[in-house]
Ligand binder design. Sequence first.
Ligand SMILES: [Zn+2]
Length: 197
Amino acid sequence: MPTRPKPACTWMSLSNWTRVVLGFADRRHFGRVHYWESVDACPSLKVLGIDALSSDFTANRLAKLLATSKRPLKDFLLDQSRIAGLGNIYSCESLWHARLDPRRRAKHLATGGNPPPCTKQLCPFSRRALECLLASGAQFSEIRSGGSRDWRVFFACTARKGKPCRRCGEPISAQGRRAAGQTYYCGRCQEISVSTL
Ligand SMILES: [Zn+2]
């Protein structure tokens, strides 16, 4: 059985002597690897919120979490103690697909129904963004470094500042200082009234 080459910047790999190998690749050097005897023994795992890919991540659960937060939607989605697994790319893509302004206050989505219409959109789009981008293997660092493959084909808005929105043609906006943490959104079709900011 031929073995596949390790991805670039693979710092550690674990194998149980089967064909399955779990690797840790981190080109940006943001990550760390810790060893714990059990999940309960790891403080940082104990405080994680709902896994965005789990069946527990429902519109109703999302609505309850949103109702308790005054933070902008984008910041809310990045808070791993509420929803675990959504990083910058996934958050931007989810909000674009759900047509929600990332600057909108989280609690304002938790109204208008049971569950609120906005959460019925955001929940599946968050999960779908994760599944699609994980399947693509897209890495933001490879976009920035000008790798051989253009990962932006997978993105609706991420890393597309100034390029036309795939839905309405408006140039995509970007906010934030650091490129890897920028918020990408369309100011037209993700637009909301100022009163709900
Ligand atoms: Zn648009």
